[in-house]
Design a protein. Structure first.
Length: 260
């Protein structure tokens, strides 16, 4: 089951912030280790923390990922000199769009899932370029956890260094990118993989030659990546059900935030 938490709304109506772009936990560790609590920079840091508001942990989901995208979108707006209110409004629109995407999975999702599991030695590769590599890496983890399939995530050209030998019948490759003419790596990879008999699916604004497509919006990047992750969650549900599993149900593990 796709667990939708309308927590993107947590970024709506918040006071404008002045972000300090840094690795929060490292700074906090440093502050505590050195017992530094009265620096002006320390006070500014704590005023600039942007919480994710992902809600209560339940099962395999993309809540943290989606809320991280929303937070980064606000930070990027600040760096670009844009008003925080504009970024928040865009997040609000995105939250509504995602709800619609959740309620209406594209038909191709079930078709690809059925075909993939019917193939000999089914295996999955999720390959992303640029910022979309984050979706590929996180998406592979979600497919493993929620669907119990052999799925690995790769960054762009890294797939050609060894994993390419996994190509052929039984491989389903999901490509995440901008879909533009500049996306040369994925465009060429789609053609090369399709010639091996692999199933290639572009989760992108435009279809690559040799690939099927699950369409996502082109802009802004935050929206493209968020919609791509919802597509991954639809795939995880479809694959799990067709394999006879309860989507997102842990067999051996549990959420890492649970008390042991």
């Amino acid at each position: 089951m796709i667990r939708w938490n309308p927590s993107l709304a947590a970024h709506i109506g918040k006071k404008p912030f002045r972000p300090i772009i840094s690795t929060a936990h490292l700074i906090l560790q440093s502050l505590r280790r050195n017992r530094i609590t009265d620096w002006p920079q320390t006070k500014e840091f704590f005023r600039s923390l942007l919480k994710l508001h992902s809600g209560k942990e339940a099962t395999v989901s993309s809540k943290s990922y989606l809320n991280t995208l929303a937070a980064i979108h606000r930070v990027c707006a600040h760096v670009q000199g844009r008003a925080d209110e504009a970024a928040v409004n865009e997040i609000q629109v995105l939250a509504g769009d995602l709800q619609g995407a959740i309620e209406a999975p594209p038909r191709i999702v079930s078709l690809v899932s059925e075909r993939a599991l019917a193939a000999p030695n089914p295996r999955f590769a999720l390959i992303g370029s640029g910022p979309d590599a984050a979706t590929a890496l996180t998406g592979a983890l979600i497919l493993k956890e929620a669907s119990k399939v052999a799925a690995e995530g790769y960054i762009g050209g890294a797939f050609r260094h060894g994993p390419l030998e996994l190509a052929g019948p039984g491989l389903t490759a999901f490509l995440f990118g901008s879909g533009t003419e500049e996306d040369l790596t994925l465009r060429q990879l789609a053609q090369d993989l399709s010639r091996t008999g692999s199933t290639v699916v572009a989760i992108a604004p435009r279809r690559y030659d040799g690939a099927e497509q699950i369409a996502v919006p082109p802009h802004p990047v935050c929206s493209r990546m968020a919609h791509a992750m919802i597509a991954v969650q639809h795939l995880s549900v479809s694959l799990a059900r067709q394999a006879g599993f309860v989507p997102g149900e842990f067999r051996y593990g549990q959420k890492i935030t649970a008390l042991l």
